[in-house]
Design a protein around this ligand. Structure first.
Ligand SMILES: Cc1cc2nc3c(=O)[nH]c(=O)nc-3n(C[C@H](O)[C@H](O)[C@H](O)COP(=O)(O)OP(=O)(O)OC[C@H]3O[C@@H](n4cnc5c(N)ncnc54)[C@H](O)[C@@H]3O)c2cc1C
Length: 435
């Protein structure tokens, strides 16, 4: 068990951060080491797993059947490939099954606990920690870390922590309301690591448009593309939610992820409000409506095709004001202009989303500075990192938690292997001395 002499924790392994990655790492290490090892998880929050509880709207979309390196952004795809070759989706599901969690698959490969509760994922991880006699030390922020000849020395409000090996799983800057902090980057950079630029990702896209305030709260099925001066960066299809000053919904989260690292004044979102039809089909549709509905005013020309307020905004965007005019007055050129707005309704991107509305951090400590198979630092022996603190982020749909599990399990197992081999080495040295 852990020695606590009021001023020092003397540990074999310290896991800093009790989120998804840290808890998975501690369980994986504990299973390899048995309960003779002194391991503890430190978390700054009053309880571990605060963010985990909020995932998947409280249901925890814990992985995705199709998670693979190409679903992620990172500085080192090779390391990512090595990490997924070490622990993939099947290995992760098996890991959770051994904890007692049964899962089921929903649309687009998204996997959730069958019971529909994120709290079950957290409970089972914590119950396993208890079985393995791994301490959870909550309300304890690890403030500083340094290397010495014996291992690592850390300072915290509860006193000094010494450990032979350390896993840093402090998460990222996203969602500060749920415990997102910069501290993991600070700890790792103090040990010589470097970070890329951090950007909010999986968040609404702030846009400018004179029409947005009248569309607030409306949801519409649409195609959506994010573009810059050179053309389309990424496109997807799904439900778009119109907000006061932003476009939201899962499809917008995916766009924010694809463009998180792209800077530029000329970023814009283009909505295709009838993605199932091409431009010429829409021109025919509108021409037929002009013939069928000449008695209507323009205000109602698109009623029955779109939400009425959306229809009116499309007409205004196409310059059809005043909408009190008769549908019969529409010219063929007007119809082409309306069709073109329906297919490519442009919204200029007006900046970055606040960190509070981001689900993940794009960027982080460079993955290239770690061995993808072990998650051990290439710069500092005995140091491991896992989860969002590293420069790996994925699309919405279970991919980010999968990264937390894969990297966490690898870090835990590898830290255990290092501790075991050091112990064996010490034993051999003792044997030689005694001989
Ligand atoms: C609202 C929301 C919903 C989401 N839904 C999903 C989803 O359904 N599926 C999915 O795949 N992803 C989802 N994500 C993303 C996912 O939650 C994160 O990618 C994942 O939790 C990252 O795990 P982590 O362990 O690296 O970091 P975290 O879960 O953030 O855990 C890090 C922990 O470290 C602690 N800590 C930090 N610094 C220190 C320190 N110096 N000392 C002590 N403790 C420290 C923090 O208190 C925190 O508890 C969601 C995110 C949000 C915000």
């Amino acid at each position: 068990m852990i020695t606590i002499n009021n001023t020092a924790y003397e540990l074999d392994l310290a896991v800093i951060g009790g989120g998804a990655a840290g808890l998975a790492a501690a369980v994986a290490a504990g299973r390899e080491l048995g309960d003779n090892a002194k391991t503890a998880v430190f978390d700054a929050q009053p309880r571990c797993g605060k963010k985990l509880l909020a995932t998947g709207n409280g249901r925890c979309n814990l992985t995705n059947r199709s998670a693979k390196p190409s679903c992620y952004h990172s500085d080192d795809t090779q390391a990512l490939t090595r990490a997924f070759s070490g622990v993939n989706v099947s290995d992760t599901l098996e890991f959770f099954e051994t904890l007692g969690l049964i899962c089921r698959e929903e649309e687009e490969g998204r996997i959730y606990p069958s019971c529909g509760q994120a709290s079950a994922v957290l409970d089972l991880l914590r119950l396993e920690l208890a079985r393995l006699r791994i301490a959870e030390v909550c309300g304890c922020r690890v403030e500083k870390i340094r290397r010495d000849t014996e291992g690592f020395v850390m300072s915290s409000p509860l006193g000094t922590i010494r450990a032979s090996c350390v896993i840093i799983a402090c998460g990222g800057r996203a969602a500060p309301n749920l415990g997102g902090v910069d501290w993991g980057y600070d700890l790792l950079t103090s040990l010589g690591h470097t970070s890329t630029r951090l950007n909010p990702s999986l968040c609404p896209v702030p846009v400018e448009s004179p029409h947005l305030s009248s569309l607030k709260g409306i949801r519409a099925h649409a195609g959506a593309a994010i573009c810059d001066g050179r053309g389309e960066i990424y496109s997807d299809r799904g439900e778009v939610q119109f907000g006061d000053k932003a476009l939201s919904g899962i499809v917008m989260f995916q766009l924010s992820s694809a463009a998180a690292n792209i800077r530029g004044e000329d970023l814009c979102v283009e909505l295709d409000m009838l993605p199932e039809r091409d431009g010429e089909e829409i021109v025919s549709l509108l021409t037929r409506r002009r013939t069928l509905l000449p008695h209507l005013t323009l205000e109602n020309f698109l009623t029955g095709v779109f939400n009425k307020r959306v229809g009116m905004c499309i007409l205004k965007q196409a310059g059809m004001t005043p909408l009190s005019r008769s549908v019969s007055e529409l010219t063929d050129a007007d119809i082409r202009r309306i069709s073109s707005v329906i297919k490519r309704w442009r919204f200029s991107v007006s900046g970055r989303s606040p960190w509070n509305s981001a689900q993940v951090t794009s960027g982080g400590i460079r993955l290239a500075e770690f061995d993808g198979l072990t998650m051990q630092s290439r710069l500092c022996d005995g140091l491991f990192a896992a989860g969002e603190v590293l420069n790996v982020d994925g699309f919405c749909g279970g991919f980010n938690l999968q990264w937390a599990w894969s990297s966490g399990i690898l870090a835990g197992r590898s830290a255990a292997a290092v501790l075991r081999s050091r112990k064996a080495h010490r034993q051999t040295e003792n044997d030689i001395e005694q001989f």
